[in-house]
Design a binder for this molecule. Structure first.
Ligand SMILES: [Fe+2]
Length: 393
C-alpha cells in the first residue's frame, strides 16, 4: 500500500425521509439559498416543494436556478454565478445527479473567482496553467441518482464551451459539500436506463482503481473492499430490476456510489482512470451519457486485456466479482447493458472508424504523461487506446 493522507469533511445525512432536514443544515450557512437543478426538472416538482417547505421552516429563503443539463458547460456555471451575485446568495443547494452537483461546485467557486471560470479547469493532467479556486460558497448536495459520488468529493467535471473539452476542477481546499442529504426514495422513480448508467458508473469508479491502481493480486484490504462494492452494486441492480421501488436496494446503490469515489477505495492506491478519460472524450464530442460511454469502454477494455498476458488483475476481477472467466464477464456486462437499452458500441453515439484517430489524440492530449504513456498498471500507449476505441466500434 502507498502512503496516503485522507481527509473528508462532508457530513452525510442518509436514509428514507431525510430530505425534510435540509432546512436545518442550510440554516447553519445563511439565510438566502439558491437551488441549482436541471433545465428540465418537472419530475422534481414535489421534491422542490418539500425542500422549499423545509427551508421556510428554518427561515431560509430560496431562489431556483434551472439551468444545468447533462454534461454541463462553463456557460451554465457562469449564468449561475451571475444569479448568485445579483441575489446576494449565501449558500447553494445542488439537486440532481452528478452533472448538477458538479456544476454547483463550479458555481460556488466561481462566485469568488477572479478569472474566467475555464481557468480553474485542468485541461490536461499536467496542466500547470490552471488556477485552482481558493474559496467557494458553502453548498449542500442532494443526489437524485446513484452514480457519480459527487456528493462526497471535491471534484467538478464540466465542459469548457470554448475548447469543447470535458475536464475537471479538483480542489479539496474549498469544494467539499458542507452536507450531503441522501434520501434513496429520491431515486425510486428513475427509469431503467438511468439506473443502469448510474450503476455502471459506480462500478467503473471502483473497477478502475482495482485494475489500473494497485497491481497487487494478493489479499489486500483494497481488493476486498473494491470487490465488495462492485458485487453489492450488481446485486442491488438486480433487486431494482425486480422492484424499482425497493428503497433498501436503492439505498445500497446510493451509498455504494458515494463510497466508490470518496477516497475509501483509492487511498493508498494509484487512482488511474483511463476508461473515464476515453469516456469523457466521447461525451464531449457526441453529448453521450456518461454511464453509457463507460459501458462501451469497460467492455472493450476487458476484451482488450483478454488478449494480453499481463491481465492477472482482470482475471481476478472476473472471478471475484462476476464469478466467471474474463470472456464471460464482459459478455455478462454487455447483456445487462443491452437489456436496459444502454449503448455498448461507440458507433451508437455516431462514432466511425474515421473518428478513432482524433478521439485517441484527445485522450493523449488530456491524459498522457510526459513519458508519452497513459498511467496505470500496465501503462498504456497511444496504440493501446486506439485499439480499445476500435474494439468498441
Ligand atoms: Fe464517473
Amino acid at each position: 500500500m502507498e502512503n496516503f493522507e485522507y481527509y473528508n469533511p462532508v457530513k452525510v445525512v442518509f436514509g428514507e425521509g431525510v430530505l425534510n432536514q435540509v432546512g436545518t443544515y442550510a440554516a447553519a450557512y445563511g439565510k438566502k439559498a439558491m437551488l441549482v437543478t436541471y433545465t428540465e426538472c418537472d419530475f422534481f416538482a414535489e421534491t422542490i416543494e418539500a425542500i422549499y417547505e423545509s427551508l421556510e421552516k428554518a427561515g431560509v429563503s430560496c431562489i431556483v436556478f434551472k439551468g444545468v443539463t447533462a454534461n454541463p458547460r462553463t456557460s451554465q456555471a457562469k449564468r449561475g454565478v451571475e444569479l448568485c451575485k445579483e441575489n446576494d446568495i449565501d449558500l447553494l443547494i445542488g439537486l440532481g445527479g452528478g452533472s448538477v452537483i458538479d456544476c454547483t461546485k463550479v458555481i460556488a467557486a466561481g462566485v469568488f473567482y477572479e478569472h474566467d471560470i475555464a481557468k480553474m479547469l485542468m485541461l490536461s493532467h499536467s496542466d500547470v496553467t490552471a488556477i485552482p479556486p481558493t474559496k467557494a460558497l458553502p453548498y449542500i448536495a442532494i443526489p437524485t441518482l446513484a452514480g457519480t459520488g459527487s456528493e462526497m468529493n471535491p471534484i467538478g467535471v464540466v465542459t469548457d464551451d470554448a475548447s469543447g473539452q470535458k475536464s475537471y476542477v479538483w480542489e479539496p481546499g474549498c469544494l467539499y459539500a458542507k452536507a450531503a442529504i441522501m434520501d434513496p426514495t429520491l431515486t425510486t422513480g428513475l427509469p431503467p436506463y438511468q439506473t443502469a448508467c448510474g450503476g455502471i458508473d459506480i462500478v467503473a469508479h471502483v473497477m478502475e482503481a482495482y485494475i489500473n491502481g494497485d497491481p497487487d493480486t494478493n489479499l489486500t484490504l483494497h481488493n476486498r473492499m473494491q470487490e465488495g462494492v462492485m458485487r453489492a452494486t450488481f446485486e442491488a441492480l438486480e433487486q431494482v430490476w425486480e422492484n424499482p421501488g425497493d428503497v433498501q436496494a436503492r439505498g445500497v446503490m446510493m451509498w455504494a456510489a458515494t463510497v466508490a469515489l470518496n477516497g475509501w477505495m483509492t487511498s493508498g492506491t494509484f487512482g488511474f482512470t483511463p476508461m473515464h478519460q476515453m469516456g469523457h472524450v466521447l461525451s464531449a464530442r457526441y453529448n453521450a451519457t456518461h454511464g453509457a460511454t463507460l459501458t462501451c469502454m469497460m467492455i472493450s477494455w476487458m476484451k482488450y486485456f483478454e488478449t494480453r498476458s499481463d491481465n492477472q488483475k482482470y482475471v481476478m476481477l472476473a472471478e471475484n466479482v462476476f464469478g466467471c472467466s474474463l470472456h464471460e464477464a464482459w459478455q455478462k456486462l454487455e447483456k445487462l447493458a443491452i437489456a436496459k437499452g444502454v449503448q455498448t458500441r461507440i458507433s451508437e453515439f455516431g462514432a466511425t472508424e474515421a473518428d478513432l484517430d482524433s478521439l485517441t489524440d484527445e485522450v493523449v492530449s488530456v491524459s498522457f504523461g510526459p513519458d508519452g504513456l497513459l498511467n496505470g498498471h500496465p501503462k498504456m500507449s497511444r496504440e493501446d487506446i486506439y485499439q480499445c476505441y476500435k474494439l468498441a466500434l
